[in-house]
Design a protein around this ligand. Sequence first.
Ligand SMILES: Nc1ncnc2c1ncn2[C@@H]1O[C@H](COP(=O)(O)OP(=O)(O)O)[C@@H](O)[C@H]1O
Ligand SMILES: [Mg+2]
Length: 285
Amino acid sequence: MKRMIDPRIPSTSGEIDLSQRMGSAAEEARELLVTVDDLAADSSPPAPKIEVRELTKESETTGEAILRGVSVAVPAGVIVGIIGPSGSGKSTLLRALNRLWEPPAGSVMLDGRDIRDLDVLALRRRVGMLFQMPALFDGTVADNVRYGPKLKGIDLSDEEVKKLLVMADLEPSLASKSSSELSVGQAQRVALARTLANEPEVLLLDEPTSALDPISTQNIEEAIVRLKKTRRMTTVMVSHSVKQIQRIADLVCLLVAGEIVEVLEPSRLSEARHPMARRFLELST
Ligand SMILES: Nc1ncnc2c1ncn2[C@@H]1O[C@H](COP(=O)(O)OP(=O)(O)O)[C@@H](O)[C@H]1O
Ligand SMILES: [Mg+2]
């Protein structure tokens, strides 16, 4: 089933008119269109930041379908939430976007280029990822933050490290602390700062606050929203929390049994029509 977030591409089923429903995200995308149109003097829509085309995956062990033709176009500078029942393929979808598994040729594009044609390490710098549990290296917080740039021969200054910590909603004084002394909430924000050190264009977040207390969750959410506002970060976030999605996402994809069955604005989630999606939403917190 085909679902597109790009407001210029109409829904194939006619059920979802995103051009009317997207609100601020649509406005933003339209503003971008005007700029592109002015420059290029043609009417083609802007290339989405990420485009997934008919992405499929089968289980290597059982042959069962895990993703069944997922199509979605994510505009730049937008926070897209992915929710759905456990086992519906959310992590599998997210992991395709930076080649933690190899998607079929032509099924995942970044700025219009097949991600398979990009150097995988370069891709992962551009498309950073955070998982449910942060995994920091031994050493200080600063060592962790410096890691990515160091691989490219760049040594971040103390000032740059501190800026990255602030971007991730952390106290700059944390830089000299050992990574083993952090709370999970702090560690997750250090993991975010470490990802941001690579200057990513896209963040993939797989339930990044599931292991965190409400305050740490709020810290992470604030950092993500600030990154959107200040750096026009494109974010795709899997969450088990409908409330979280309603707090921060511009658009929500509902994934059920390997298919995107609805794409909605968070404020309109109650309008979901798919029976499984409705049931999931009713039972969710
Ligand atoms: N590498 C794999 N090989 C086989 N099955 C997998 C693999 N990865 C995930 N699965 C299966 O695919 C389905 C979707 O998993 P996942 O993407 O982790 O779902 P979610 O993140 O929505 O909970 C599950 O049934 C899971 O067991
Ligand atoms: Mg998952």
